[in-house]
Design a protein around this ligand. Structure first.
Ligand code: AMP
Length: 397
């Protein structure tokens, strides 16, 4: 797909109302925000629009209210936090309405320099069904559409697909622009060699990603539970490790395709194995085939060394998915090692997905990574080479 999209730079916001689709879907418990990273991430776009004389209507989903009003999922705590982050010189208003008269009147009364936060988009049934009347209601409130919720761009919802097709101009905000530019750097005309690190639980979740990567990268380093399906498909004993027997053919075909395309695909050669899926299990390092009764829960030291050397020799790295059961400390070292090697090198690094990003944060090396994606599912679909509806609907350059 073409990632060349119009950005904030192409719009004169003076006197205009911008509808900004943000991702304010923060962890919330008893009305308290657990982590406000996503709200902070939207601030540069909001400030840029306000600074150029516009006003902002910010809208997001929060949790899964499934088309009904859920009292705990109003946007109030999010809007309050946004007010704190923007400071008292900027007026942030919020209302308990998404697309009705209250919302339309509040939008009409918005002055340049002000922000209005609409209520939870998913209180409306029409949001997830991409209802055209919902898109029309939202479009009637603003003059410009700005997409800055990369994490929901893989969904064809009213606010991500219908609205930017209706409300023009429709452009990418700064957060989305950063995501697009990172993908372009890694896959457009990247510096080679390009190395992809792919881990996670299942091959079935990563088949399309792996096949798509084979057309783009020089080396693929496979880790995590999914590696065991590849090893078992090659006839290597994997003991009690995670295995998808119905994916043996797919695993073999990926290995064959890699060989045919001249892509180096590496699998773990040694493993940290456990006799139980638990933090206090007995463990040992095993090279080659795994004995019965033991399961591989992390890559071993030799594999860690091999993968680290490949990453040191890479010019560009893309990483998605943990090398082991990262949530349990004894099996988190392979994943942490990847994070630390990326931090040590000056290669261009793009990291996405919950566990990989968590490993970067846990090891406090965020500043050493070129781009940490804000998208989970959206990042995977970009890796799969899919056209994301929320990006496709924006104006091209
Ligand atoms: P994914 O969402 O596909 O990226 O997978 C992430 C999950 O894979 C994490 O919850 C890990 O605990 C799990 N995982 C990684 N390595 C293994 C392994 N060797 N055995 C079982 N689960 C694993």
């Amino acid at each position: 797909m073409s990632l060349a999209k119009q950005t904030l730079d192409s719009i004169d916001f003076a006197g205009k109302r911008a509808f900004v689709r943000v991702d304010f879907n923060v962890p919330l418990k008893d009305g308290v925000i657990g982590d406000d990273t996503r709200i902070r991430a939207a601030v540069p776009t909001i400030l840029a629009i306000l600074a150029s004389g516009g006003s902002v209507i910010a809208a997001s989903h929060l949790g899964r209210p499934k088309g009904k009003i859920v009292e705990d999922l109003h946007m109030d705590p999010v809007a309050e936090r946004l007010q704190t982050l923007l400071g008292s010189n900027i007026e942030v208003k919020w209302i308990h309405d998404v697309r009705g008269d209250l919302a339309k009147t509040a939008a009409a009364q918005l002055e340049p320099g002000q922000v209005l936060v609409l209520d939870n988009l998913r209180f409306e049934e029409g949001e997830t069904s991409n209802d055209s009347s919902m898109a029309a209601d939202l479009a009637s409130m603003a003059d410009v559409f700005v997409q800055d919720a990369f994490g929901t761009c893989h969904r064809a919802h009213a606010s991500t697909a219908g609205l930017p097709s209706t409300l023009k101009p429709a452009v990418a905000g700064k957060l989305l622009q950063n995501e697009i530019e990172a993908f372009d750097m890694a896959f457009g005309s990247p510096k080679r060699p390009v190395v992809a690190v792919v881990g996670g639980a299942k091959v079935s979740d990563k088949i399309v990603v792996l096949e798509s990567l084979l057309d783009k990268v020089d080396t693929v380093l496979v880790g995590g539970g999914m590696a065991y399906t590849f090893l078992a498909a090659a006839g290597i004993g994997i003991g009690n490790s995670l295995c998808e027997e119905d994916k043996f053919d797919v695993a073999r075909s990926i290995v064959e395709k890699a060989a045919a395309k001249g892509v180096e695909l590496l699998l773990p050669t040694d493993h940290l194995v456990a006799d139980n899926f638990a933090a206090d299990a007995n463990t040992q390092i095993i090279e080659g085939a795994l004995p019965d009764g033991w399961m591989g829960l992390d890559i071993g030291p030799e594999t860690t060394q091999t993968y680290s050397d490949k990453l040191r020799g890479a010019a560009t790295v893309v990483w998605n998915g943990p090398m082991g059961v990262f949530e349990l400390e004894p099996f988190s070292h392979g994943t942490s090692a990847i994070a630390l090697v990326l931090a040590e090198t000056d290669n261009l690094s793009v990291v996405g997905g919950g566990d990989s990003v968590a490993a970067i944060k846990k090891n406090q090396v965020e500043s050493r990574i070129t781009h940490i994606s804000t998208g989970g599912g959206a990042f995977l679909e970009m890796l799969e080479g899919k056209e994301l509806p929320g990006i496709a609907a924006l104006d091209g350059r």
